[in-house]
Design a protein around this ligand. Sequence first.
Ligand code: ATP
Ligand code: MG
Length: 571
Amino acid sequence: MSEENIIPEDGKKSLNFIESVVEKDLAEGLNNNKIQTRFPPEPNGYLHIGHAKAICLDFGIAREYDGVCNLRFDDTNPIKEDTEYVDSIMQDIQWLGYKWGNVYYASDYFQQLWDYAIDLIKAGKAYIDEQTSEQIAQQKGMPTQSGVSSPFRDRPVEENLRLFNKMNTGEIAEGQMVLRAKIDMANPNMHFRDPIIYRVIHTPHHRTGDAWKAYPMYDFAHGQSDYFEGVTHSLCTLEFEVHRPLYDWFVDELKNFHPEDGTYRPHQYEFNRLNLTYTVMSKRKLLQLVKEGLVSGWDDPRMPTICGFRRRGYTPESIRKFIDKIGYTKYDGIIDYALLEHSIREDLNVGAKRVSAVLDPVKLILTNYPEGKTEMMEAINNPEDESAGVHEIAFSRELYIEREDFMEDAPKKFFRMTPGQEVRLKNAYIVKCTGVKKDDAGNIVEIYAEYDPLTKSGMPESNRKVKGTLHWVSAAHCLTAEVRLYDRLFSMENPSEEKDTDFRDLLNPDSLKILTGCKIEKELENAQPLEHFQFQRIGYFNVDLNSKPGKLIFNRTVSLKDSWSKLKDKG
Ligand code: ATP
Ligand code: MG
């Protein structure tokens, strides 16, 4: 947990460093006391939980300081972008609980950016370079050693204007020429060494189609887009820190061409990105997993995407609380996945209805219980929330219990079912095992027990001490369901750090186990997609998107306890 988010004694939450900046700017009356942020995704993939961290900050700051946060699609590279991604991004932001002011697209500024580029050319501050990108990269030099100027650096303005126009008509092949800002080939900040600001792309754009062939680079689009919109605080991740001087340079030059715009000016601030153990957070890698069928899609419940977490059973609250806990700092690190699991457990503990489900069923026959009799037992929906009420569960002579809850030759501390030992059946009676039936291969096919009619839950005798309580369902009254047990997607704590191994070789081979033939209580008959439940003694589960009555599918959101860290402790 970061120090920034520890609650001081006066009960008021301390400010993170971005909030401190905002409060200082407000106190000084900067930008007419206006607060405006933006969330600027590139629509080239689905949002992941790292984006949620940026979203909570961008939208959170606006909400906290009576400002506005706009959604801006940074769509300056038509090769990788698609409207499918635009739609999913909007859905995910809303699901997380945030509302944007306006929706903008960087592509809406193509004309303004073009005009600005023309102004720069006319002012002798940009030129067309016909070298290859390799040549340009080579000439940049090293931070400690100045670069080599392009032979095209002093091309006359008229020629630059003519060629820049040609870059946009389709006459120029991709890679044949670029527009570069003419800044400083000796600057210790490499981003100042005549950065490329326009390139030719012939792929049609998802919004502007064939209107443009010359496209602005990120550095030439981002700060200016902030400026056109009136963004005051442009929040991004630490890797953009070294871009900030160039961001400022382009904004200041632009302001020089438009002095009538007054004192307003956007500022960029950087915070640490979210990295999580046992997963990867790069859209490029996530896209690869989807395309190669290594997961079932962007919303595979093992994916670190927002839609993956949604399908897995995570709630927006649990994600927001997690983000709040980890805080915002200036130092990159990696956060333990267990912290995220802790957050969803806390949320579902108070929010999920308790039900009975037997994942690996074996039959239990109560030999002294009347045949054909059914009793309706009362089951508490949520011990953490009295208002959640109760429901009924049918009890009868033939039940299912978990195979692992029985052991024939049990050690002393095995408090579950074993011959001669009493256990309680949750919400029902105390029973004592009397024997088993095995098939020819020696597998147990039935377990026999006798129940004590005086020990029904709620009756005085029911206070008798037994050490174990087992969950069960009635064979004649239960439903059959498919249950998907999900685990970490990668077996390594930090797959991105394993430089010598392809990240796909680090996938956890046991990240999904599909169980069919699970027995669940009738109460779940009409469970709706995305509904949450606690399967008692097992974990939290939700109903899969493809589940329907008659063909129920449940996803394990998280186990009841952190079995992974226990495993690690043992190992
Ligand atoms: P990726 O590196 O996964 O491809 P990206 O940075 O290219 O992501 P964008 O669509 O450009 O993705 O990101 C939109 C915003 O989300 C940016 O402001 C970016 O800084 C922020 N962001 C992206 N990844 C993270 C992360 N892991 N933690 C916090 N913020 C992030
Ligand atoms: Mg990006």
